[in-house]
Design a protein around this ligand. Structure first.
Ligand code: FES
Ligand code: FES
Length: 187
């Protein structure tokens, strides 16, 4: 006999997924790019899903959802992490920065001013499809904050958690080393 959840429960107690999700949601307050937002989330919601599905910050990408590609890299208290590997509820007292929060307002022109790494990725042609790029840039900001990279080989090694399926690595390394050589970077 083929047993399923439906066959194990009396028919009048069959679960309704939306009902379960609504019943188990709880308030979670996240501070993202300096803005505090209260969400209603199931406790198992990843930070990645909270950002993309509930806050509509879709710059952060979902590649593997298993910590293997780096597409979901964001900064938590200025340190780079994979947003797919942490629960949103665990990040309530942290400062989260996504790719959307890296640029700043240019007071003189009232327009958005790119982060030096965003500018460098453009200048060095460091992407093709762009899917990995937000994660690459956030990871690079974290890398420079760590201060361990001194050479291009260090950059290659310490960025090895961020996969680029287009193979734009030469441009990515050139962009990061250009910023590394010109200034210490903080968010
Ligand atoms: S989506 Fe998080 S590491 Fe791939
Ligand atoms: S630019 Fe396409 S995956 Fe990196």
């Amino acid at each position: 006999m083929n047993l399923t959840l439906g066959t194990l429960l009396p028919t009048n107690e069959s679960p309704s997924l939306p009902a379960i999700q609504t019943a188990t949601r709880q308030p979670v307050t996240l501070t993202v790019n300096g803005v505090k937002t209260e969400l209603q989330l199931a406790p198992w919601t990843s930070l990645l899903d909270a950002l993309r599905e509930y806050m509509h910050l879709t710059g952060t990408k979902k590649g593997c959802d298993h910590g293997q590609c780096g597409a979901c890299t964001v900064l938590v208290n200025n340190k780079r992490i994979n947003a797919c590997l942490t629960l949103a509820i665990m990040q309530e007292d942290t400062q989260i920065t996504t790719i959307e929060g890296l640029s700043s307002l240019d007071q003189t022109s009232s327009s958005s001013k790119l982060h030096p790494l965003q500018r460098a990725f453009i200048d060095h042609d460091a992407f093709q499809c762009g899917y990995c790029t937000p994660g690459q840039i956030c990871s690079a900001v974290g890398l420079l904050n760590e201060g361990h990279a001194k050479t291009a080989d260090d950059v290659r090694e310490l960025m090895s958690g961020n996969i680029c399926r287009c193979g734009a690595y030469p441009g990515i390394v050139a962009a990061i080393t250009s910023v590394m050589d010109s200034q210490p970077t903080t968010v």
